[in-house]
Write a protein that binds this ligand. Structure first.
Ligand code: PXP
Length: 242
């Protein structure tokens, strides 16, 4: 079955990681974004972290000015990050949890935690007032999806696929269930984290409710060997044909 309404968000963080490894002016994440779009990406995704270990404000400003699809920026629900988003105005912000010492995002937002919920609500209100769409990165658990669906201004969730990607095919049932709950609450459903051309086909087949995939590390890694154009096209073929 071909489902052209599905889209691929290519996360270009790790092009910036390579740049920051040497503090060099290259490789240019904006060029990667334009090549990814040329190969069929429907969205460019990046994560501005509090320590700026890869993407920074300059990258987001240039991405916003140059890309032709849409820009989805992942960030923590902090006052600093929300202020940056209000100034740079990406099309969408995906709120994620962030711990300074983590290598990559570990788990979704825990919306059952009152402090997290309060931060997310405050951030979402400001982002929506600035005309920015808001998505929440959460684990595929009914309770998390239900809370997300009740929040003003939140009409999208991104389900964390890290556990599935680490070799837990039983998570496909959790992901399906989370999608059913989310669709019942009129949430648009994205997924991401740890996805590769090896684990993606089963996910796309088993959970057709997912309309957007945000994939970074595996695409940029594979691009080192086969080129970015082919790395993006191969992933896109899985998303559109499964
Ligand atoms: N979605 C979210 C919310 C993320 O935090 C990340 C990692 O920055 C991704 C998707 C992409 O994950 P990966 O680089 O493992 O494909």
């Amino acid at each position: 079955m071909s489902t052209p309404s599905r889209r691929l968000g290519v996360n270009i963080d790790h092009v910036a990681t390579l740049r920051q490894a040497r503090m060099s002016p290259y490789p240019e994440p904006v060029l990667a974004a334009l090549l990814a779009e040329h190969a069929g990406a429907g969205q460019i995704t990046c994560h501005i972290r509090c320590d700026r270990r890869h993407v920074n404000e300059r990258d987001i400003r240039l991405l916003r000015e140059t890309i032709k699809t849409q820009l989805n920026v992942e960030c923590a629900a902090t006052d600093e990050m929300v202020s940056i988003m209000e100034a740079l105005r990406p099309h969408r912000v995906t709120l994620v949890p962030e711990r300074p010492e983590e290598v990559t995002t570990e788990g979704g937002l825990d919306l059952t935690r009152p402090a997290t919920l309060a931060e997310v609500k405050a951030a979402a209100a400001r982002l929506v007032a600035a005309g920015i769409r808001v998505s929440l990165f959460i684990d595929p658990a009914d309770e998390q999806v239900r809370i997300a669906g009740q929040l003003d201004g939140v009409d999208m969730i991104e389900l964390n696929t890290a556990h599935y990607a680490e070799g837990h095919p039983e998570d496909l049932a959790r992901l399906t269930r989370a999608c059913v709950v989310g669709q019942g609450l009129d949430l648009e459903i994205a997924a991401g984290h740890g996805l590769t051309h090896h684990n993606l086909p089963d996910l796309v087949k088993a959970v057709p409710e997912i309309v957007e995939y945000n994939i970074g590390h595996s695409i940029i890694s594979r691009a080192v060997f086969v080129g970015l154009d082919r790395a993006v096209r191969d992933i896109l073929a899985i998303i559109l044909q499964s």
